[in-house]
Ligand binder design. Structure first.
Ligand code: AHR
Length: 559
């Protein structure tokens, strides 16, 4: 079974409810520039030689914007198929090199992309997860079922201590989703006590017996998952009454966190932009505006997959140019969705205290032929790297509200970073896009204005290029430019004001075809390569390959 019937119907509703918006309605100069460019070229789309057009970018380094929070590069690891088991966990007795059961190759790869946080254990799985079954001696753990995802046995060998060990090995924060659907506030409260108290309670002693005397840090608490659907099919009011109880009683006792950064609590939010979800956002945010001292939230979750139609029928490999364009058009709807829900949030929270947390996003295609449909196995192509870059750009443009996001999912499931098969591991094109974007973590947004131009295929028009810029803590300027056009290169000329750049170096990610993939046999088909860029008279010139993602670092010289 792919998912519960209710999950299907809600995602179906979600997809059909989405309007055909290509670009943002956000009233920022950056996006206005983008819209202007789109309108301009839309009338010129029949011109014979679009390739000859230069794309002019203007980067205004002195006009910085919001911080692009590193948490928008977060990951999601659900107990689903081989995401956790085999992807992360092979067990200490495995011949696959591991540290306390956790794959060394996967840890090294994830460290290289500086994963800021991992959302776990679900997803739909979270609302059926009972944490006590996943602690204690391995040979005493009970086997349960995973009815959401293939109905397979859940051995519970990867539980709380293993997850925290994994985070420690990759250097990421914990984003724990507690069971609001079929659990109780008491169960969740005890889980957090087990995880975080420094006092010698019975649960803390149990944690110590299980190998970790010191309290763990839990940075983020998810209060339920898709509670409007697989998390219990709740109404907003019912969810609110439950969420307030969890917010009040599920405490973080870690003394270091209590003094400094508290655990941020993330409520279930919308799954689309139909009236059902705007009502949901309205209800939660209105309650937040009037909230009492006894409960609080710091984030509102939003889920939005790029799926075009339900059930997912687009192939993840072996597709043509029209499907490439359709998927990218669909993915750009993320911008309108964020704009819509941010506007509701602004009404009730003008100071933007509550973050919009896009904690499930990415491409969802038809299952790979021969795979268990409940395992959500799909290939990951160059198209997905481009799709990832476009979404990261959207999050960056909304950085004042979108302060966390989690791509679905980290390993072997949906739009994965990594694929494994026994001892083999391969890094996907999406992984490489994330790696190229590492410098944007915790950088400061810098506005870029440009005429995007238009790329058209099969009656679908898309912006031809997309770009963001940011300044890092060391003062380096970073520019990420995506050429969506799979046929034509783009000549970029960027005017840089407010920076005297003395060097420009960068990397580009492209491949022979839009559906080129990395396989265990040919793992380097889609990998970044150095790109040459020229600096002259305060301008940067470079040529973007068709269907490519490029990131350039500009080092400031003396003014
Ligand atoms: O990522 C797969 C599933 O999609 C998650 O479990 C659920 O939250 C969403 O519907």
């Amino acid at each position: 079974m792919l998912a519960s019937a209710s999950t299907k119907s809600s995602i179906l509703g979600r997809r059909f409810a989405l309007p055909l918006i290509v670009l943002s309605r956000k009233a920022s100069s950056v996006v206005r520039g983008l819209l202007f460019g789109f309108a301009l070229i839309a009338t010129a789309a029949t011109a014979p030689d679009l390739a000859a057009q230069k794309v002019q970018l203007s980067v205004e380094v002195s006009k910085t914007g919001a911080k692009i929070h590193r948490n928008i590069f977060g990951q999601f690891a659900e107990h689903l198929a081989h995401g956790v088991y085999e992807g992360i966990w092979v067990g200490p007795a495995s011949t696959i090199p591991n540290t306390r059961g956790i794959r060394n190759d996967v840890v090294a790869a994830l460290r290289a992309i500086k994963v800021p946080n991992v959302r776990w254990p679900g997803g739909c799985f979270a609302d059926e997860y009972h944490w006590r079954k996943g602690i204690g001696p391995a040979d005493k753990r009970v086997a349960t079922l995973n009815p959401n995802w293939g109905g397979v046995i859940e051995p519970n060998t990867f539980g709380t201590n293993e997850f925290m060990d994994f985070l420690d090995q990759i250097g990421a924060d914990a984003y724990v989703s507690v069971n609001l659907g079929s659990g109780t506030p008491q169960e969740a409260a005890e889980w957090l006590e087990y995880l975080t108290t420094a006092q010698p309670t019975t649960l803390a002693k149990e944690r110590a017996t299980n190998g970790h005397p010191a309290p763990y840090r839990v940075g983020y608490l998810g209060i339920g998952n898709e509670s409007w659907d697989c998390g219990g099919n709740m109404t907003p009011d019912y969810y609110l009454s439950q969420m307030k109880i969890y917010s009040r009683f599920v405490r973080n006792f870690n003394p270091a966190q209590q003094e400094k950064q508290q655990m941020l609590k993330i409520a279930v939010g919308p799954g689309g932009d139909g009236s059902r979800w705007t009502e949901w956002t309205e209800a939660i945010m209105k309650a937040y505006q009037n909230h009492q001292w006894s409960w609080d939230i710091n984030g509102l979750s939003m889920h939005n997959y790029t799926v075009v139609r339900w059930p997912p029928s687009f192939k993840s490999v072996g597709f043509g140019e029209t499907e490439y364009a359709q998927i990218l058009k669909s993915t750009l709807e993320m911008d309108g969705l964020i704009t819509k829900h941010s506007a509701i949030m602004d009404k009730y929270d003008p100071q933007k205290k509550v973050a919009l947390v896009v904690d499930e996003w990415g491409a969802w295609y038809a299952p790979s032929p021969g795979s268990n449909p409940g395992f959500l196995v799909q290939q990951n192509s160059l198209r997905d790297a481009i799709l990832a870059a476009l979404n990261l750009n959207i999050f960056a443009r909304h950085a004042d509200r979108v302060r966390m996001a989690n791509i679905a999912q980290m390993i072997n499931v949906l739009q994965a970073m990594i694929m494994t098969d026994k001892e083999k591991m391969v890094l996907t094109p999406t992984y490489h896009a994330f790696k190229m974007y590492v410098p944007f973590q915790d950088s400061t947004f810098v506005p870029v204005t440009f005429d995007a131009g238009t790329y058209t295929s099969g009656g679908i028009s898309l912006p031809r290029v997309d770009a963001i810029a940011a300044k890092d803590a060391a003062g380096k300027l970073w520019l990420a430019i995506t050429n969506l056009d799979p046929n034509q290169p783009a000549e970029i000329e960027a005017t840089l004001s407010g920076i005297a750049a003395k060097s420009a170096i960068g990397e580009t990610l492209t491949a022979p075809k839009v559906d080129s993939v990395n396989t265990f046999e040919a793992p380097k088909t889609v990998t970044p390569k150095p790109v040459s860029a020229k600096l002259q008279g305060g301008k940067l010139a470079l040529k973007l390959e068709p269907k490519s993602v490029t990131v350039i670092a500009l080092e400031e010289g003396s003014r």
